[in-house]
Design a binder for this molecule. Structure first.
Ligand SMILES: [Zn+2]
Length: 177
């Protein structure tokens, strides 16, 4: 980092308002997942915590899975959205344990996935461990349970590609992790 940037960061830090955590959450409600641009990083459940640490906002992010190539894009988007909202030099921490699970997607996020044409995870991971892999993936277009897996990898590695046997439409399914 250049000396000038350090000075700028320090000057910005003095404008931080520690009482402004709800505002920070509201800002991140507007940061969309780059892979599924209808769901925010908050609805996706990957923003785990925010607090103030030594005058800077600290954001804990748990990526959807550790090798997800979108993670750095998401972290950059979070950082720049917060900086534009006046939070100087936010610190991002990546927490891998406990691992993200589809159970962390908020109900509003599940509804958005469905409306976007992505079949949301049908059962919690706990239910799936009880039921095994027998739980059907429902077609987001017509709701049919008569669907088939075309590929373990859909438009991104986080999703699998399915096809509905009723309406013949292919669709992405968020993998249950
Ligand atoms: Zn269908």
């Amino acid at each position: 980092m250049q000396p000038g940037e350090l000075i700028a960061a320090d000057r910005g830090a003095r404008h931080s308002v520690p009482a402004d955590l709800p505002h920070a959450w509201a800002v991140l409600e507007q940061v969309m997942d780059p892979e599924v641009p209808v769901i925010s990083v908050v609805e996706l459940g990957i923003v785990r915590e925010m607090d103030w640490h030594q005058g800077h906002l600290r954001v804990v992010v748990t990526p959807t899975y550790s090798g997800c190539p979108a993670t750095e894009v998401i972290e950059d988007d979070i950082r720049s959205a917060l900086e534009q909202a006046g939070f100087a030099a936010p610190q991002l921490l990546r927490r891998l344990s406990p691992a993200w699970t589809t159970d962390w997607i908020k109900p509003s996020g599940l509804a958005r996935l469905q409306a976007y044409g992505i079949a949301p995870p049908a059962h919690s991971t706990r239910m799936r461990s009880l039921l095994g892999d027998a739980a059907p993936v429902l077609c987001p277009q017509c709701g049919s349970a008569h669907t088939e897996l075309l590929s373990q990898f859909g438009s991104t590695a986080c999703k699998a590609l399915y096809r509905c046997c009723e309406c013949r439409e292919p669709f992405d399914h968020f993998k249950c992790i």
